[in-house]
Design a protein around this ligand. Structure first.
Ligand code: GDP
Length: 197
């Protein structure tokens, strides 16, 4: 898919105020600092459409961007920032739960996971929750430039082994690097295929 236009539409802390039109939407979510903003900028070929964050976990907003005037790219807040209080964590959970429950136009989520790290309970729990609630998602492994190909395969394999203990199938996944422009075409082609379904 060629990105002809990418525009910021709005930031919201209230799911009910998100755009009302029923055009397909794709949500990007992951731990703070996973590389979400960089990935969004790579996918849209824009240097700073999504702000790469100096202070992870600070903003808790749903950001809507419209791509090619035909689908929404949604930047959801990063989760799992160590310094966030218990009550902030609860608010986050409510916020995200509401988003996924209410946004019927949400076609698929992309859960971003740093390829360098062993599977983290917070990511596994979140994907478990998506699965239990019937919310379709793919995994996007980020920062692949940091590992050699063999290590990438190993880390994906570790993920597979852990997830297949509770899942029948391993989710669809992508290997990406925003610094090396890896995985962009694959993610965009996938979104294109869903849009044309
Ligand atoms: P966010 O908090 O998830 O939006 O993450 P950012 O996009 O702000 O990135 C967090 C940090 O990871 C920054 O220092 C980025 O430069 C770095 N980063 C993001 N993507 C990549 C990548 O593909 N490769 C490498 N090596 N670093 C990355």
């Amino acid at each position: 898919m060629e990105i002809k236009s990418a525009e910021f539409i709005m930031s919201n802390s209230d799911v009910e105020k998100c755009p009302k039109n029923a055009i397909p939407e794709y949500a990007f979510i992951g731990r703070s600092n996973v590389g979400k903003s960089s990935l969004i900028n790579m996918l849209t070929s824009r240097k700073s459409l999504a702000k790469t964050s100096g202070r992870p976990g600070k903003t808790q907003l749903i950001n809507h961007f419209i791509i090619n005037k035909s689908w929404y790219l949604v930047d959801l807040p990063g989760y799992g920032y160590a310094k966030v209080s218990k009550s902030a964590k609860k608010t986050f959970q409510k916020f995200i739960t509401q988003y996924f429950r209410m946004r019927e136009q949400m076609v698929s989520a992309f859960v971003l996971v740093d390829i360098r790290h062993k599977p983290q309970p917070i990511d596994l729990d979140f994907m478990q929750w998506l699965g239990e609630n019937g919310i379709p998602f793919s995994i996007i492994f980020t920062k692949a430039d940091k590992l050699k190909p063999k290590a990438i395969d190993n880390h994906v394999e570790i993920y597979k082994n852990i997830m297949l203990e509770t899942w029948e199938e391993f989710p669809n996944y992508f290997i990406t690097s925003s610094s090396k422009d890896i995985g962009k075409e694959e993610v965009l082609a996938y979104i294109d295929s869903l849009n044309n379904n």
